[in-house]
Every structure is written in C-alpha cells, then in structure tokens.
Design a protein around this ligand. Structure first.
Ligand code: GLN
Length: 548
C-alpha cells in the first residue's frame, strides 16, 4: 500500500518547496522507505521544454528523455534515484490527455468538465507511480495556494483525501513567517491567511512548515497551531540554511519525518542512516582550499539557468575538499580586446550549454584562451560544439568554420544538424533527448576519468560534430575519445597534451548526485586545483626571497 504526502506552498513562491520535499524524502529514504517525488505544475505548457530559461530556469532532462522542471534535479540529487516522464505533470499535459480522449470518443454523450474529468485525470496521474512499489509518494504542487491555475490540483488532493483513509494521505503546507524589522517581530498572519484559503478549498494541512529568518519560539509555534488548527508539534521551523544540503538535517532536528510517519500511522521504523550525507556535508562546509571556475554563459544573471552545473560543482568540490567559487562571465561581453583581462585569475573554465547566436563569439574566444593558456577547460553540449569550431578555425585554419545553427550557409559546417533532425518542424520534445550510450577509447583522458569503456549519458540537442571533418580535426590533434556505438556520433572531444581539455556533447551535470558526484566534474575540479597550486608556486618563485 502506497501512502501519499502532498506538499503545497503558501504566501509566496520561491520558498523552497522542492528542497523541503526532497529533504523530507531523504529522511524517509534514510529510514529505509522506498520513496519517490513528483511535481505537478499548474502552467499550460505541456512541459517546460519550450520555455526560455528566463521564464523557468534550467530544463532538467530525465533518463527517459522527458524535459522537466528543475526541481526533479533536486529530487535526483538528494535521493540518488532516477525520475521519469511520470514524475512531472503540467496542466497542459492533463488537458492534452483529456482532450485527446474526448476526440477519441471516450466521453461520448457527456459534457467534459473540470470536475470530474480534469480532476480524475490529475488523480490518476498522482497515483500512477504506485505500481512501482513505492512505500511513500511525495507530490509537490507547483505554484502558490490561491492561484487560479492551482485550483484543480488542490481539488484533486481534496478528493483523494476524501477517498482514502486519513492515514494514507496527508498534506504538508510550506509557508512564510516574515520578520518585520521595524516591529522586531515575526508575523503569523500571512500563514493564517494561506491556511484559511486552502481550507476554503476543502484541504486542511496536517503539518505546517514555516520558512523563517529568525527562530520560531514555542509560543509562536503554539499560536500558529491554534489559529491554523494543527497540533503544536506539527508546526515545523525551516530556518535559512548554509547550504540546501543542510536542510534534511535541520528538518530532522525539527522531527519533520517523525511527525509525518505518525500522521501516516507508520509506527515502526528504524533510525535514519545519514552517514554518507553527513560525511559529504562536513567536507562541503569545511573546505581546505579554493578554486575559481569561470562559467561562460549568456544566462549568468539567472541563478536557476545553470542549476545542475552549479550543484555538480558543489558535489565535486566537496569530494575534492575544495570550495568551488563559480565566477559568472557573460559571453556576450567577451571581446578579443578584453578576453585576457576577463579570464585571468581563473583556475578553470566551463563553457555552458545553450541555443542561438547571442554570446557565441565570446564563447569561442574563451575556448581559445583556455586551449592556448593550458587552463583546464570543460565544454558542455554547446560548449563542446564551440570547442570544435575554435579548433577548426584556429588550428585547422578553416576561418569560416561554424555551426549551421548560427550560420546556416557557412562554408565549413563543422557542427551540423543531425540527420534525424532535418525533417523535424515541431518544437516540443523533439530534440535528441535522454540517455544514449557512448563508447570511450582506451588510453584517453575520458577513459582515465570514467575508468570504463561503456557509459550512458543524457542529451538535449539537435546539432552534432559533422563527421566529414572528423579526420581533419583528429589529424590536427583534436581527439574524438567517445562516440555513440550505433551512430558514430561524436560524444567526447579532448586535446591530448593539454592539462585538461574536454568537451562533451551530453549533459553530465544531470547525473551528478550527493552520493555519486559526476567523475567529469570531480576530475575537472581536481585539474583546477592542480592549476591553482602551480600558479601559487610560480607566484612564490617570482617573489624576491626576503618577501616569500
Ligand atoms: N544548441 C545546440 C544544439 O541544439 C546545443 C544544445 C545544448 O547546449 N543543450 O545542438
């Protein structure tokens, strides 16, 4: 029997529902339960794949090739599990499915309505993963209680609670308790209103998690409990944490998992085993050295656009006992005149994934800088494609080399649209998506890093290295060290002899977790550490003896 926990949010967005859900899931998993998390998003797009990062942050891709909300990345990173297409559902997908059924005649004679047809579809999808034998399914409801768009989801939760025994389906409500500086007081009124609004929709929270900048006193917890009609022990403080990875431990101190299990009427459970997690956190919070990595991208003003890359650096930094400072460098503003000045002082350089022409020249200049200066370089997807273009232009001397994505008529299309993409016209879910195998050549840097010949990584792209140029590129010294065994598509390029220069057509950042930091990130940070140490030694040597 699967039990259900719904997580709703009140007062404002960006309270960290995804992190609280993932933290609760982690605590339950650490107690031996089989747990998964899913997210139901109220917007009308069928998935976030067509959304600009400015709208929605990063688009996270699952093994099975679904383009999903970035919270699924947190779920995977916290739980060390794979999520699927079924773990992220939007209003758009619900309506698409109901309308398709209507066209097929499934409701012949009936008026199709929000209740019951839309809510039935939502409920069915909320319970879909139960066939995989989960003890507990956590469902995060996107948006904020009170949004018009969220109403059918809240109604579906109401119906499920009505249909199921009380102890099989509970609601955790995440809310904000703001601190008013002028009054020197924490305020509970927004929480009361948000709970009231949800109650008007027929759903009453079993547990209230309060985001707060200041500690919640016992009195304040009692006040929230009284006004919101929950027991005082069901009011949980969620204070600001030093790292998102500290949140499971803060939630454990507040006994969130214990009260959840009590409400679910699960009476026997082992102590949580968080040894690996705590070991990771200790290293993360007490680094022994620092490296600075330049992140060359065009969405750098957005915290969420490169979420998985930033998290992968956190995992890789911890295992290297090293703080990774990611310095954002806007590719649009890198020019031949200022490239040295902009990139000097970095210990490594990552050229980010992306689409379209904006900022491309800056990315190519950054690759050239890293290649020529022996600076550790890591190119991901578009970043890898830019490394191929840079090599073709500056080493092969094909001065017009480009990608047909940016220059459709280029004389030397070293990056070209994949054959299978040429007839594709519709946009949603039509890229090369999800996990594909890659065979690595022995004796290469990639082999040294992965330690195996056969790997599988996730993809999200339409363009590829044009194999017509492969021989020339390889003869000039760029090595294709990993290829797809069926299609020969180049997956990894590297430059032998360079301290660390690697470009990958896939997205390794999507598979980095706390328990399994991605080897490419781990080795890249290691190379950056070595670069920084060399720099320090040289700096020491160049100083007059009496000053050292
Ligand atoms: N725009 C490039 C392509 O579609 C790269 C995509 C990416 O970086 N994810 O091939």
């Amino acid at each position: 029997m699967t039990k259900y926990i719904f997580v709703t949010g009140g007062v404002t967005s960006s309270l960290g529902k995804g992190i609280v859900s993932a933290s609760l899931a982690k605590l339950l998993q650490a107690r031996g339960f089989k747990v998964t998390i899913q997210k139901f998003d109220p917007y009308i797009n069928v998935d976030p794949g067509t959304l600009n990062p400015y709208e929605h942050g990063e688009c996270y891709v699952t093994e099975d090739g679904a383009e999903t909300d970035l919270d699924l990345g947190h779920y995977e990173r916290f739980l060390n599990i794979f999520t699927t297409q079924a773990n992220n559902v939007t209003t758009g997908r619900i309506y698409q499915s109901v309308i398709n059924k209507e066209r097929e005649g499934a409701f012949l004679g009936k008026t199709v309505q929000v209740i019951p047809h839309i809510t039935d579809e939502i409920k069915q999808r909320m319970q879909l993963l139960s066939t995989f034998g989960y003890d507990i399914i956590i469902t995060e409801i996107g948006g904020t209680v009170g949004d018009i768009e969220s109403l059918p989801f809240i109604e579906a939760v109401r119906q499920l609670q009505w249909e199921m025994p009380d102890e099989d389906c509970i609601v955790v409500h995440l809310t904000l308790v703001p601190y008013l500086k002028a009054a020197k007081e924490l305020k509970t009124k927004p929480t009361q209103h948000s709970v009231k609004m949800m109650s008007e929709n027929g759903v009453h929270p079993d547990i209230i998690v309060c985001r707060t900048e200041q500690p919640l006193s016992k009195e304040l917890k009692s006040k929230i409990a009284l006004f919101c009609n929950v027991k005082p022990e069901a009011v949980i403080e969620a204070a600001d944490a030093r790292s998102i990875y500290e949140v499971p431990l803060l939630m454990q101190e507040e006994q969130l998992d214990v009260i959840v299990l009590k409400k679910l009427n699960i009476t026997w459970f082992p102590e949580p085993d968080l040894t690996v997690w705590k070991g990771f956190l200790a290293k993360l919070l007490h680094p022994k050295s620092t490296v600075t990595i330049g992140l060359i991208g065009k969405y750098i003003e957005l915290q969420d656009a490169y979420k998985s890359i930033l998290e992968a650096f956190i995992h890789a930094g911890a295992i290297n006992e090293c703080k990774v400072v990611v310095q954002d460098v806007h590719s649009e503003f890198i020019t031949p005149e200022n490239v040295d000045e902009k990139l000097e002082g970095l210990d490594g350089l990552l050229v980010a994934p992306g689409f379209g022409l904006r900022g491309i020249d800056g990315k190519i200049l950054a690759v050239q800088y890293a290649r020529e200066k022996g600076l550790p370089f890591f190119g991901i997807c578009l970043g890898m494609q830019m490394s191929v273009i840079e090599y073709a232009r500056n080493v092969l001397k094909l001065s017009h080399a480009h990608s047909t994505e940016m220059d459709a008529g280029t004389k030397d299309p070293v990056i070209d649209l994949m054959e299978g993409q040429k007839s594709v016209t519709s946009k949603g879910g039509t890229m090369r998506l999800g996990a594909y195998p890659c065979k690595i050549q022995k004796g290469t840097l990639a082999y040294e890093i992965y330690g195996t010949e056969h790997i599988s990584e996730r993809h999200r792209h339409r363009w590829e290295l044009n194999n017509k140029y492969l021989d020339a590129l390889q003869q000039a010294g760029l090595k294709a060290s990993g290829t797809n065994p069926e299609t020969n598509l180049v997956e990894i390029v590297e430059i032998p002899g360079h301290p660390f220069f690697i470009g990958v057509q896939y997205h390794p950042e999507l598979k980095s977790t706390v328990e399994n930091p991605h080897p490419l990130f781990v080795h890249f940070v290691k190379a950056a550490k070595a670069f920084a140490a060399r720099k320090d030694n040289l700096a020491g040597e160049s100083l007059p003896n009496e000053l050292v």
